[in-house]
Design a protein around this ligand. Sequence first.
Ligand SMILES: [Zn+2]
Length: 251
Amino acid sequence: MPSEKVFLAYGSPASGKTTAFEHLREQGVVNYVSVGEVTRREISKKTPLGQELQRCLTEVVEYPPRLIAQVMVEAIRNAAKGESVVVVDGFPKYSREVGPFMKIISNADLVLNGVINFQLSLETAINRVENRRICTSCLGQVKVSSPEDNCCPHCNSSGSLSQREDDTPEVIKRRYGDYTRSYADTLNTIHTFFPDLEEYLVSAEGTEEEILTRLTILFDSARVAQQREQPNSIRKVGGSSPSPGSLGFPE
Ligand SMILES: [Zn+2]
């Protein structure tokens, strides 16, 4: 019987999705496969695929869907060997990548469980990006509560916080629009393969702890539903529920 435990994750820039899934991975709740991580690893190991990826970066062209699929196939297969649910982030990002992705999961005898859509207003996205700083002294990431804040909470340097050049309202607005269009397009294409596939909406507003709590509830309910449907293959998703407020996010 195909194993129904793969979720796809989508969210606009500044939705906090990567941070949230990295925490759930540390807790053993999910097996998180991010295309950014996987491609960076290939590039740094200078594998043949990594060199091809590097050429795309150098020439400033998008990775071809065939190349992304080749890079992701092993990562997805390995992730699916574990007991936890698998969350794939960043692939398929565009509608043209949906076909190659479907081939991978069908060859691995996996079935999509659902799509997780992190919902964030443009206003909050702009706000988060405007308050994002990098410490030039310790290279730590800092969230300031007012634009005048200029002291690093990690290394206590004063006057060391700087803003990334592309963290402007104009750039974030454009990226948000691009994301919204490509997500709608990609989801439509996914639905041509699985018309009844569930789209789980998760609010990405609020604090990181709040987002994590919402995700934990989602995975708990997905697990309960799965156990009801497959009484003979009860899966342990592992770990206890995180207690909000004690998760130790970097500020
Ligand atoms: Zn610092």
